[in-house]
Design a protein around this ligand. Sequence first.
Ligand SMILES: Nc1ncnc2c1ncn2[C@@H]1O[C@H](COP(=O)(O)OP(=O)(O)OP(=O)(O)O)[C@@H](O)[C@H]1O
Ligand SMILES: [Mg+2]
Length: 252
Amino acid sequence: MSVSDRYSIRMEQLCYSIGGRKILEDFDFCLERSVNHTILGVSGAGKTTILKLLLGLLDPDSGRVFLGDLCITGLPESRFIEPRKRIAIVFQGGALFDSMTVGENVGYRLFEENRLSAREIQSVVTEKLSFVGVEAALNLYPSELSGGMKKRVAIARALAADPDYIFFDEPTTGLDPIGVYNICNLMQRLQAEGKTTLMVTHDLNTAFATSQRFTFLHQARMLFEGNEVQLKASSIPEVRDFLQPTESSLFV
Ligand SMILES: Nc1ncnc2c1ncn2[C@@H]1O[C@H](COP(=O)(O)OP(=O)(O)OP(=O)(O)O)[C@@H](O)[C@H]1O
Ligand SMILES: [Mg+2]
C-alpha cells in the first residue's frame, strides 16, 4: 500500500457546539482513500458543519481533525494549505460568484494561484465544463442557469484544482429526477477516475448509488457506521425510521 493509499481525512472525539447547543459530541469519522462515503442525517443535524470542520473552516471545541498524518486542529490555515489542496468542496447551493461568468467561476482558483498561463487555464476550464456537460454555458452568468446547471458548474469549479477528494453537500437537493441522475452519473465517473467522494445528504437513492460506506448522524452522535447491507439490516430504531419512516415518526 502506498503512502497515498493510506492518506485519510478524519476527526477524533470531536465536540462542536453553537450558542450552547451541541451539534457534534465525541464524533469519530474517517474518510479513507477510495472508499466513497455518505453521511446521512436529517435536516439541521450538523452535516454541513462536519464538512466545514474537516476542511478546517471551523474550529472544534475539543477533539482533533487530521488530513493524512497532519493534525490541523489549532494550526493556522497557512500550515495546512498544501494538504487541503487535495480536497475540494461543492457547497450546498453551489456558492458560485454571481458577478463572474461560468468560465471565470471555474478558473477562479487557478487565476488566484497564478501558476498557469491564461491559455492553460482556459483549456482546464473548457475541459472541466465539458466533463460536466455545460461547456455551452462558458460565458453565461450564474443567474442565467437552472439549478441543475449551477450544481454542475460548481462541480466543474471543484474539479479545476484536480483534487483527490471531493466533498458534496447535498448535491441533489432541489433537482428533478434527470438532474439527480446526472449528478449520480458524474460522481460515478469521478470515482472511476480515482477521486474519492464524501457526500452529506438525506437522499438515500443517491447515497446507495454512489457510496460504499455510510455514517448516520443523529442528535450530535454517530449512531451507525457501516456498509449498505449493514445499514439496511440495522435494528437501531432511529436508523430504521430514517430509512423507512412510519406513522410513529410523525411529529407529535
Ligand atoms: N452560524 C450559525 N449560527 C447559529 N446556528 C447555526 C449556525 N450554523 C449552523 N447552525 C445550526 O447548527 C445546526 C447544524 O447545522 P448544519 O448546517 O450543519 O446542518 P445540516 O445537517 O447541514 O442541515 P441541512 O440538511 O438543512 O443542510 C442547525 O440546527 C443550525 O440551525
Ligand atoms: Mg447542510
